[in-house]
Design a protein around this ligand. Structure first.
Ligand code: NAI
Length: 336
C-alpha cells in the first residue's frame, strides 16, 4: 500500500520508518511511504498520484478542491497524524468515498503541561528575566507576578486535555470552573464547578481553551465575550487558532481588557508555524502586531511536541495504516 506522507519533518520520518519496519519484520502487509516535506495544498496534491493513502497533519489543506484531486489520482484514505480533523472537508470525503482515520489521543499531558507553561511564563516573565540576567541586569522591576493559589481558572472543554489541565491547576490551589457540553464526573468529584460559558468568562482570572474547533466554537472569544470577562484576564489557547477572533483580541490587549495572552495556535498559522522565517518577511500584520506586545506569548503549535507524544502519534498512525492495508476499518476511523 503506497502512502504519501505530507508535511513530514525529520522527527516524523524517523519514527514512522521505525514503526513501519516493525510491521514489516512481523510479516505484515507492505506499506511503502513517500515522505514529502511540503504541505498538502491544491498545488501539491498532484504529488499524491500513484498512492492510495495520504498521511497528513494539522496544516495540510484538505478542502473540497484537494479531496477532488486526491480522488482523481486514486487516493482512498486519509490518515491524519493528529487528533483534530477540522481541516478535512468530510462532506467532500463522503462524496469521493475517501475514508479518514486519526490519532485520537497521543499525550493529553503534553498539551496540558504546555498550557500551564504559558501561564507561568506570562505571569512570572521567565524569558524576560533570563534575557536580563544574561545582560548582567539583576533588577526585578517589571517582573512582578501573582500567586496562582486561590485564583479562578476557567476551563472550556473538559475532554482528555482539559481534564489533565484542570487537575494540574487544582494542584496549584486554584478554584477551577468549567464549561463543556458534557460534564465530566471525575472533575465534578475533584471539586470542579461546571457553569455556563458567560458565567465562566465573568468569574475567571485565567481562561484556557481545550474544546475542538467547529461551527459552534469558532470565534468563541470575540469582542462580545471579551467584554464579559474580568478586566486584565489571562487567556490561553492551545486548542485551535480560530477559537479566537484575532482582530478582537488584539483590540482587547491594546485596551488592557485582556491582560495576558498565551497562544500556541493562531488563526492564520498554516504556512508560517513550523517554518523558519528568520531571514524572510512575514506578510501577516496581525501576527506581527501580536509579537510586539510584552504580555503576549506565542509558541509555534508545539504543545504536542514531546518524545512520548511523537512516539504515540507514529505508533497509532502506522496501526491505522495497517488496518487500511487489510481493508479493515480499525478503531480510529472518523465516522461521517
Ligand atoms: P477531546 O475530544 O478529548 O475533548 C474535547 C472536549 O471539548 C470534549 O469534552 C467535548 O465535549 C468538548 N466540547 C465539544 N464542543 C464543545 C463546545 N461547543 N463548548 C465546550 N466544550 C465542547 O479532545 P482533546 O484531546 O482534549 O483535545 C482538545 C483540543 O486540543 C483538540 O480539539 C485540538 O484542537 C487541540 N489540540 C491541540 C494540540 C496542540 O499541539 N496545540 C495537540 C492536540 C490537540
Amino acid at each position: 500500500m503506497k502512502t504519501a506522507v505530507f508535511s513530514s519533518k525529520s522527527y516524523d520520518r524517523e519514527r514512522l520508518t521505525r514503526e513501519l519496519k516493525q510491521v514489516a519484520d512481523s510479516g505484515g502487509n507492505k506499506i511503502e511511504c513517500t515522505f514529502l516535506e511540503v504541505r498538502l495544498t491544491p498545488e501539491t496534491a498532484i504529488l499524491a498520484r500513484g498512492h492510495t493513502v495520504v498521511c497528513c497533519f494539522v496544516h495540510d489543506e484538505l478542502g473540497p478542491e484537494v479531496i477532488e484531486i486526491l480522488a482523481q489520482h486514486g487516493v482512498r484514505h486519509i490518515a491524519m497524524r493528529c487528533a483534530g480533523y477540522n481541516n478535512v472537508d468530510l462532506r467532500a470525503c463522503r462524496k469521493c468515498q475517501i475514508t479518514v482515520s486519526r490519532v485520537p489521543a497521543y499525550s493529553p499531558y503534553a498539551v496540558a503541561e504546555h498550557a500551564v507553561g504559558l501561564i507561568l511564563e506570562l505571569n512570572r516573565k521567565y524569558s524576560r528575566a533570563y534575557n536580563r540576567v544574561r545582560d548582567n541586569n539583576f533588577s526585578l522591576d517589571g517582573l512582578e507576578g501573582f500567586d496562582l493559589h486561590g485564583k479562578t481558572v476557567g476551563v472550556v472543554g473538559t475532554g482528555k486535555i482539559g481534564v489533565c489541565f484542570a487537575r494540574i491547576m487544582l494542584g496549584f490551589g486554584c478554584r477551577v470552573v468549567a464549561f463543556d457540553i458534557q460534564e465530566n464526573s471525575e472533575l465534578l468529584a475533584a471539586g470542579v464547578c461546571y457553569m455556563d460559558l458567560a458565567g465562566l468568562f465573568a468569574e475567571s482570572d485565567i481562561i484556557s481553551l481545550h474544546c475542538p474547533l467547529n461551527e459552534h466554537t469558532q470565534h468563541l472569544i470575540n469582542e462580545k465575550s471579551i467584554a464579559g470577562m474580568k478586566c486584565g484576564v489571562m487567556v490561553i489557547n492551545t486548542s485551535r487558532g480560530p477559537l479566537i477572533d484575532t482582530g478582537d483580541i488584539i483590540a482587547a490587549v491594546k485596551s488592557g481588557q485582556v491582560g495576558y495572552l498565551g497562544m500556541d495556535v493562531y488563526e492564520e498559522e498554516a504556512g508560517v508555524f513550523f517554518e523558519d522565517f528568520s531571514s524572510r518577511i512575514i506578510g501577516d500584520d496581525q501576527l506581527m502586531r501580536l509579537t510586539t506586545f510584552p504580555n503576549v506569548r506565542i509558541t509555534s503549535h508545539q504543545a504536542f511536541f514531546t518524545h512520548e507524544a511523537l512516539d504515540n502519534i507514529a505508533r497509532t498512525a502506522v496501526e491505522n495504516l495497517v488496518y487500511q492495508s487489510r481493508g479493515e476499518p480499525g478503531p480510529n476511523l472518523v465516522s461521517f
